[in-house]
Each structure stands twice: as structure tokens, then as C-alpha cells.
Design a protein around this ligand. Structure first.
Ligand code: ADP
Ligand code: MG
Length: 292
């Protein structure tokens, strides 16, 4: 029997840390001995940069515009520790749907049986999650990915994007769509940040997979064109990415979340606004990772 290829989609608002987290995840999985492909699905096409010394690779859509027939191997590039890197690319500005790059690339790889040929253990899709466009739902809707994780900070707009993603997952959950693995909490440094995210996951019936602090080590690595796993393998930050990788490698039980409706989300945010004001006035204390 063919081996099971675990296909994972990482969603989140633009700039929240998807590509950084995904690249470190891919790098850590490869170091654990897995064969990994990282598939950038953001029209920005920079998902795999830190796996490739900070360099951009030709995208699937760009290559298709130049040649009529594309062989899968023309758009797959090896990066750090043998991680296979792909960027679906974007449409010409102002024209067409960015989802097309994802569909085209996946079809190409399926036809040419690339995943099997490369003997992959993981395919990780790095998908922009704050655009309301059907194309971005492709990895969830078409049953391409099996498990979805979202990167979010405790900022309202990031949680708002996560909640929208949950609505998308719920919608396709009965027709073979991907299910939610959990939230990867990024940039959790402020004492209340963890509390806010913990409250959000409780209300939406999901969980936090890992808490990742904002760290200058990540900035230093990025400036060197590397993942933290490559640049500072012994750092505390690298240990956190390695822990995330082992949790995702072991993960099996994804489920349908229970997103909040707009009114609930607003009321929830207003409650937190009041709580934060009380913190500031010293009326409430936040205990280390504890309750209020
Ligand atoms: P996205 O892919 O979601 O658009 P990126 O991964 O490109 O976001 O991250 C945006 C910026 O934030 C980058 O400059 C990245 O280095 C930085 N960043 C992300 N996560 C962290 C972190 N945990 N600590 C420090 N910087 C981070
Ligand atoms: Mg990105």
C-alpha cells in the first residue's frame, strides 16, 4: 500500500508569521528525518525564501506563462536539508484569481505523481487567510489538505481572520473538506496575550498547538536569509519550533470548529477591552500563564 502523505495547510492573516513558522516547521520536520515539501500559496511568493538563502524561486504560474507545458521538476527546488520548495505564484496584478496557481500546481503534481515519486511524508501549504476569495479555500475545499492550522497572535484582526477561516472549515466539513488541527499562537509575549488566545480557542472549540514568543533570534535568522532552525539550531526559539514539529508529526485528531458569529465576536472583543483596561489600572493582575 502507498504510504500516507500528511497534507497540512497553514492559514492566517497577512504578516502574522505564517511563512516564518511554516519554514521553521518544514526545517524541523526535515531534521527529524521526514521528507517535506513546502508549498507557498501566497501571491507574494516568498514562503520558501528562508529555506533557500533568502532567494525567490520561479513560481508555477510564472513558469506556465512562459511555457505551455510545465514539468513538475521545473518548479520544485531543493532547500535547506532537502526540503522541497514550491511557490504557486500569483496572477498578473489586477487580473484573475490567485487560487488558480494553487489548483494548477496541485493538478500538475497529481498528474505527474510527484508526491509519490519524491516519497514525501509531509506537504505543507502556506496559505494567505485574510482574502475573501474562493481560490484560497481550495486546499480546504478540494480535500487537498487534511489538517488545517492557523497562525494567530492575540490581535483582534488576526483572531478575526482565524474566526473567518473556522467558518470556511465548518462549511466544507461535511463534504470531505479539511478539518482544524488547532491554533499556532505566534508573538505571544505580553502577559495577557496568552489569556486572550486561550479564551478564543475555548469559545471556538479548538486548542493551541504551540505558543511561540516574538524573538529577535527570528529577526536575525531572517536577515541572514535562513530559518531559525538553520541559523540558531541550539537557541530556545529553535527548540520551540522543534516542539511544534513533533506535535504536528504526531497530530491525528482534527475537528470542525465552532466559529463565533459577528455579534458574539464583537461582544467578546468588548469584554477583553474592559479587562485590559482593568489590567492597566492595576485593578486586575495577570499571573504567569494563569488565570485572571
Ligand atoms: P506571513 O507569511 O504571515 O505574511 P511572515 O512569516 O512573512 O508573515 O512574517 C512577517 C514578519 O514577522 C517577518 O519579518 C518575520 O520575521 C516576523 N516574525 C514572524 N514571527 C516572528 C517571531 N515569532 N519573532 C520575531 N519575528 C517574527
Ligand atoms: Mg507569507
Amino acid at each position: 500500500m502507498a504510504k500516507h502523505i500528511k497534507q497540512i495547510a497553514i492559514y492566517g492573516k497577512g504578516g502574522i508569521g505564517k511563512s516564518t513558522t511554516t519554514s521553521n516547521l518544514s526545517a524541523a520536520l526535515s531534521k527529524a528525518g521526514y521528507k517535506v515539501m513546502q508549498f507557498g500559496c501566497d501571491p507574494k511568493s516568498d514562503s520558501t525564501n528562508t529555506l533557500r538563502g533568502g532567494k525567490y524561486i520561479p513560481t508555477v504560474l510564472d513558469t506556465l506563462r512562459e511555457e505551455n507545458v510545465v514539468k513538475a521538476h521545473e518548479v520544485i527546488f531543493e532547500g535547506f536539508n532537502g526540503v522541497y520548495c514550491v511557490e504557486s505564484g500569483g496572477p498578473a496584478p489586477g487580473v484573475g484569481c490567485a487560487g488558480r496557481g494553487i489548483i494548477t500546481a496541485v493538478q500538475l503534481f497529481k498528474q505527474q505523481k510527484v508526491f509519490e515519486e519524491l516519497d514525501l511524508d509531509f506537504v505543507i501549504y502556506d496559505v494567505l487567510g485574510d482574502v475573501v476569495c474562493g481560490g484560497f479555500a481550495v486546499p480546504i475545499r478540494e480535500g487537498i489538505a487534511e489538517h488545517v492550522f492557523t497562525v494567530s497572535s492575540s490581535d483582534f484582526m488576526a483572531l478575526y481572520a482565524a474566526n473567518n477561516l473556522f467558518k470556511g472549515i465548518q462549511k466544507y466539513s461535511n463534504s470531505g473538506g479539511a478539518l482544524l488541527g488547532g491554533v499556532i499562537a505566534n508573538s505571544v509575549n505580553a502577559p495577557y496575550a496568552r489569556e486572550i488566545i486561550d479564551d478564543f480557542v475555548k469559545l471556538t472549540s479548538t486548542k493551541v498547538v504551540e505558543y511561540i514568543p516574538r524573538s529577535v533570534t527570528v529577526t536575525q535568522s531572517e536577515l541572514q536569509g535562513k530559518t531559525t532552525i538553520e541559523a540558531f539550531p541550539d537557541s530556545p526559539q529553535a527548540k520551540i519550533y522543534t516542539s511544534l514539529a513533533s506535535k504536528i508529526a504526531q497530530h491525528t485528531d482534527s475537528k470542525s470548529p465552532s466559529p463565533m458569529d459577528v455579534k458574539e465576536l464583537r461582544e467578546w472583543a468588548a469584554k477583553w477591552a474592559d479587562l485590559l483596561l482593568s489590567y492597566e489600572n492595576g485593578e486586575l493582575r495577570v499571573e504567569a500563564h494563569g488565570n485572571i
